[in-house]
Ligand binder design. Structure first.
Ligand code: C2E
Ligand code: MG
Ligand code: MG
Ligand code: MG
Length: 283
């Protein structure tokens, strides 16, 4: 009978799904080695203010797979979260980003740039997360007020009070918070004034098709109003055209990030780029 049941299961098992599962398992075991094999990289995407001045960057994780080349985070962050690998990957990201931040505080044209780092809910909920963060800040010497942690709404769904306490302890270190992908989650708005947030980040799914659907413009304008009225800075991600920028700026959006200003790039390219951005009048 067991054999029979087994056959039935296999009869309904789509071979292409099996291929997906195998590939997933292989990626997971490769990912387990990625830190040790030095395959992870951070790329940096600039953020600008309303006068197009670069005020900071977001660190975005890249995986240089020996066989598949550059694997985008969309293809491995979920695997990392489901396997808890995100905790050690996230630790590597935080440490690498803070080391970078500490390094460029000595460079005249880069001093003062903020560094935004994406934090997965699982990573944030580790009991020793605040201690780890404090230790990394101390070891690297990164200025905590230039570090910004990007959190997502799904973090607030499980235990909002515990999350708020942890955020307050992190806030006491001087670190700031941005609420990433704002508008795509399902949590209540009431947490917005109970949590020590500094910035709302409008999700690119509203910004990129801003002029394709009137609803997107209404949503962006409403988020900007909401943020401003709550005393939060508002940044838009996925700003791809000057028309996006101009429209959002007219609505009162404070800061901008997107392909219009540059794609995420390796640190050497960022340095070159910022050299130009800082002294345009000299050439
Ligand atoms: P995110 O945090 O919302 O990051 C923004 C994503 O939008 C980045 O994709 C960036 O390259 C892309 N982007 C920015 N501007 C534009 C634009 O104008 N047009 C278009 N088409 N795309 C734009 P990326 O680097 O592939 O990252 C995807 C997501 O992976 C991130 O979304 C974040 O949720 C996650 N991720 C990346 N790095 C990390 C990390 O170190 N830790 C964690 N936990 N998640 C990360
Ligand atoms: Mg982000
Ligand atoms: Mg985002
Ligand atoms: Mg996003």
């Amino acid at each position: 009978q067991a054999k029979q049941a087994g056959r039935n299961i296999w009869r309904f098992f789509d071979p292409s799904m099996q291929a997906v599962a195998v590939r997933r398992a292989m990626l997971e075991s490769d990912l387990r080695q990625a830190v040790r094999r030095n395959e992870l990289r951070l790329h940096y995407q600039v953020q600008v203010d309303s006068q197009d001045r670069v005020t900071g960057v977001e660190a975005l994780l890249r995986w240089l797979h020996p066989e598949y080349g550059m694997v985008p985070p969309g293809d491995f962050i979920t695997i990392a979260e489901e396997s808890y690998l995100i905790v050690s990957l996230g630790d590597w990201v935080l440490e690498t980003a803070c080391r970078q931040l500490a390094e460029w505080t000595d460079l005249p044209n880069l001093a003062g740039l903020s560094m935004a780092v994406n934090i997965s809910p699982l990573q944030f909920q580790q009991p020793d997360f605040v201690d780890r963060l404090g230790a990394i800040l101390e070891q690297t010497g990164a200025p905590s007020d230039l570090l910004k942690l990007e959190l997502t709404e799904n973090l607030f769904m499980d235990e909002p009070d515990a999350v708020r306490d942890t955020m307050q302890r992190i806030k006491a270190l001087g670190v700031r918070f941005s609420l990433d992908d704002f508008g795509t989650g399902f949590s209540s708005l009431s947490y917005l004034n109970r949590l020590p947030l500094d910035q709302l980040k409008i999700d690119q799914s509203f910004v990129r098709p801003l002029f394709e659907d009137a609803a997107n413009a209404v949503i962006c304008a409403s988020i900007i109003d909401l943020g401003r009225n709550l005393g939060l800075e508002v940044i838009a991600e996925g700003v791809e055209t000057q028309a996006h920028h101009d429209w959002l700026a007219r609505q009162g959006c404070h800061a901008f990030q997107g392909y219009l200003y540059g794609r995420p790039v390796a640190i050497d390219i960022l340095r070159e780029k910022l050299k130009e951005a800082v002294c345009p009048a000299e050439s």
